[in-house]
Design a protein around this ligand. Structure first.
Ligand code: ADP
Ligand code: MG
Length: 227
């Protein structure tokens, strides 16, 4: 499903490359396990099939840019699906990574992870600092890295770095860029400085549990890193 998307805004044409990776998570409890076995089966590094145990002729195959099986580690997800896009940031391009899926699918685990098994966000931010300091040493760059962190919950934008700022407006400029005027932008000098802001800000997220998952927040969080 690697495809070129052309966004035409009437003036200029922008081309972006979208890659879709699927990650299968392991069963969380024995209760989930069915006698038949899992209904999703990885075929190779790009293909999976979903089995209908009641009617095997209804088995459907899907193709993706990457299929990560349930044994895939946080490091492997980062190395294959995230690290390669980060150098583009130093060329002035935008790079975005997002996790999509139903509650309990493993989005928070993949993006945030835990202290023992950090996810995409801490690994990517660490890598951005590494890339930039290499440029700094080799080519004498002057750089600054800053962050913004927001949450969309009930169609309202909350500034997680400044939790008193609720319901911020979303604007679009004439180049069709989405802007949030008034969103806090904090300059961070190192990975540990980033963590110092990021961890408490994450705790500012709205947490409303759902029947599926006690800790689900039912909100969308967006972390912006600007170099
Ligand atoms: P989501 O954010 O999509 O609602 P979570 O990331 O909270 O889902 O995952 C639900 C549960 O499954 C959590 O307890 C999480 O730790 C666990 N989990 C998710 N993906 C994995 C994985 N790849 N390996 C081990 N545990 C996982
Ligand atoms: Mg979650």
């Amino acid at each position: 499903m690697a495809q070129r998307l052309t966004v035409s805004d009437g003036v200029s044409k922008r081309t972006s490359r979208v890659r879709v990776a699927v990650r299968l998570r392991p069963y969380m409890s024995r209760q989930d396990e069915k006698d038949e076995g899992p209904c999703v089966r990885g075929l190779d590094s790009q293909n999976l099939e979903i089995i209908n145990w009641r009617n095997a002729t209804e088995t459907v195959k899907y193709h993706f840019d990457v299929f990560h099986g349930e044994q895939t580690t946080q490091q492997e997800v980062f190395l294959s699906s995230v690290k390669p896009i980060l150098p583009h940031i130093l060329n002035g391009q935008n790079a975005s990574v997002f996790a999509y899926g139903p509650t309990g699918a493993g989005k928070t685990h993949t993006m945030l992870g835990t202290a023992e098994q950090p996810g995409v966000i801490p690994r990517a931010v660490r890598e951005v600092f590494n890339l930039v300091s290499a440029k700094d040493e080799d080519e004498g760059w002057d750089y600054s890295i800053g962050m913004s962190y927001l949450e969309i919950y009930n169609e309202k934008v909350l500034d997680l770095l400044s939790p008193n700022a609720q319901d911020l407006p979303i604007r679009e400029n004439k180049d069709k860029n989405i802007l949030i005027p008034g969103l806090t932008h904090t300059v961070v000098s190192s990975f540990s400085d980033f963590d110092k802001h990021f961890i408490p800000a994450t705790l500012n997220r709205t947490t409303a549990s759902t029947k599926l998952n006690q800790r689900s927040s039912r909100s969308h969080a967006i972390l912006l890193i600007k170099v």
